[in-house]
Design a protein around this ligand. Structure first.
Ligand SMILES: [Zn+2]
Length: 89
């Protein structure tokens, strides 16, 4: 389910954005040197508790970057719940 974006800073851009996906990688470090002694070969997308990708969004007009929720102007204050969304991989 998609929702329209609106940049909260310039208030003009509803169409051009860059989606920034977060990836997580498990590592184990040497406690003295910080050198990785193990690095997972897999980069996993960071997911929210509801299973949707944890996105940040950059406005292509003013380059403001924030969590995706900041770009979704319409919220439902009654229940405070976000709608499940599917976007990206
Ligand atoms: Zn903007």
């Amino acid at each position: 389910m998609f929702e329209p974006y609106l940049c909260p800073i310039c208030h003009r851009n509803r169409t051009h954005f860059t989606l920034i996906y977060k990836l997580e990688q498990e590592v184990q470090l040497d406690p003295k040197t910080g050198v990785p002694v193990f690095e997972s070969q897999e980069l996993e997308p960071v997911l929210r508790p509801d299973g949707t990708p944890d996105l940040e969004v950059r406005c292509a007009r003013c380059n403001y970057v924030a969590s995706e929720t900041a770009f979704i102007p319409r919220r439902s204050p009654e229940n405070g719940k976000t709608q499940p969304r599917r976007r990206g991989p």
